[in-house]
Design a protein around this ligand. Sequence first.
Ligand code: AMZ
Length: 333
Amino acid sequence: MIRCGQPFTAQPATARVLGGWRHFTVLTLRRRGLAGQASGRAVELRAVLDRRVRPVVPLADLNNPRLWQPGWQPVVRPASMQVIPAIDLLDGQCVRLHQGDYGQVTRFSDDPVAQALRWQDQGAQRLHLVDLDGARTGLPANDAVVKAIVTALAIPVQLGGGIRTAERAEELLAYGLERVILGTAALERPDLVEVLAARHPGRIVVGIDAREGRVATRGWIEASDTLATDLARRLSALPIAAIISTDIGTDGTLAGPNLEALRAMAEASRVPVIASGGVGTLEHLLSLLAVAALGVEGVIVGRALYDGSVDLAEAVQAVGEGRLQDPPGLAFA
Ligand code: AMZ
């Protein structure tokens, strides 16, 4: 039995007997299920305002995000991080750049579809695509490959690079991409983010690429004076799905993520932050769990997966949902 003191808010379905929204604390986590209920495990809750009330709910119910009041966290869910493999496309090939420098290209595969399938087979829950030609020139150059990847994969795919108009974003969403990422446009045309986010809530992501804390655009060739945290603060007021926070100084270096910058971005943002840049080892991924509670819910990994310094399946088991190292009694169903 595990006792947890923190409060949370649950919707009526969680505590059907009571109705309405109520605050609860988790009193115990029962290993045995309730007779006649599907879930193998159940949680005993204590109502904060009326301590005589003690509903028991199947763990599967408690794990349903729709039953939680926005802004409150489930108390027994351990910090976890979605590991998102990246495929950067340049001229139809799968490459990595060093610190975003188009002069320092390493080619990893000339079959990006096969590569994408490998990441899916190894446990990826989402794929991150970048059209590097598009990011640099604003003109799409890898659509055939993008379409082929979306068609071949069962997991959701997000794409950034060169999306500067509503028409282009709509076209990509129509290909079946789960989400599109606006970087340059987010800085130069915030109105576009506003329009698209209203039209496609949950499908627009803002990519904030920062060099020493200031936003860079157009394939990271142009610098700006805008602080990454200011842009995050402004745009996260819109119904966007997430902010991808890329630290250019560490990207492609395997030197470790910039935890300080991530903490600042997570504190500035009202939507989940996805970390990008610098992951070189499993320890780096584990270190990111320190900022998970602040709202950093995923991490994009590129070069480390290609050169084998991080094994995707192992990484997913170490920091993904249902992490191997958590005691089974604590894991949500
Ligand atoms: O590596 C680069 N030089 C690079 C890169 N990876 N330049 C841009 N991008 C990515 C951003 C973001 O996901 O991290 O392209 C997207 C932004 O593109 P745009 O065209 O909207 O600024």
